[in-house]
Design a protein around this ligand. Structure first.
Ligand SMILES: CC(C)(COP(=O)(O)OP(=O)(O)OC[C@H]1O[C@@H](n2cnc3c(N)ncnc32)[C@H](O)[C@@H]1OP(=O)(O)O)[C@@H](O)C(=O)NCCC(=O)NCCS
Length: 190
């Protein structure tokens, strides 16, 4: 019902539980590509588990502790952005994102992330936005850097992964930095 046009071809919309079928289709196209980088609990394999993922985010949105939005590219759900966590009292949130291979490298994720960070900082008073990524995730780190986040540090060998233990990088941007930066000052997209 509500959609935010990001470009001529791309819209950001709430990714509600009733969208589970579209979400599962997106995950089926994205599965191999995102599996190494996102929580396994996110990569649903059937309709009930897809609905459960979206319901968890809907519950977080209702309790002001997270949220998820989808990216529709020419009418197809191709990825999205989320608050993995959101704590307005502490003033801290964590942002995440994904996109299926056909829509990667088109510059459509960055404006969506920019939009939700802008909302968190400007409307909700969030002071610190975090981005947590495997140290091997070159594209994720490139995106964080383009958005103006910077590396706080690395939690070394934090948990086991398919190719050995994962070094997790924590990136962040603070409200003052976001508001001072040209990229943070406007949700304008390319
Ligand atoms: C991380 C991820 C979302 C980044 O997607 P992305 O498409 O690279 O992100 P952006 O929206 O910033 O797009 C930038 C790319 O679009 C290109 N691009 C094309 N047209 C563009 C435009 N008009 N404006 C900006 N960039 C554009 C850029 O050159 C860049 O591609 P390049 O790195 O090959 O040069 C994606 O790689 C992904 O889903 N990975 C798997 C899941 C994951 O790791 N999630 C994050 C967990 S922390």
């Amino acid at each position: 019902m509500f959609a935010l046009p990001l470009t001529e071809d791309v819209e950001l919309r709430p990714l509600d539980p009733w969208r589970a079928e579209e979400f599962l289709a997106n995950l089926d196209r994205a599965r191999e590509h995102i599996q190494p980088w996102v929580a396994s609990s996110f990569v649903a394999t059937d309709l009930p588990s897809a609905r459960a993922v979206l319901q968890r985010y809907a519950d977080r949105w209702a309790s002001d502790s997270g949220g998820i939005w989808g990216l529709w590219w020419r009418g197809t759900l191709v990825g999205g952005v989320m608050f993995v966590s959101f704590d307005a009292t502490l003033g801290v949130c964590e942002v995440g994102c994904w996109v299926e291979p056909a829509a990667q490298g088109r510059g459509i994720v960055a404006p969506a992330v920019r939009r939700i960070i802008d909302w968190a900082v400007r409307e909700r008073g969030i002071q610190r936005v975090e981005w947590r990524t495997s140290a091997d995730n070159t594209r994720s780190k490139a995106l964080a850097g383009r958005l103006g986040l910077r590396l706080d540090g690395t939690l070394r060998q934090l948990y086991p992964g398919p190719r050995g233990r994962i070094d997790l990088e924590v990136w962040s941007v603070l409200a003052d930095e976001w508001l001072a930066a040209p990229t943070g000052s406007s949700p304008t997209v390319h």
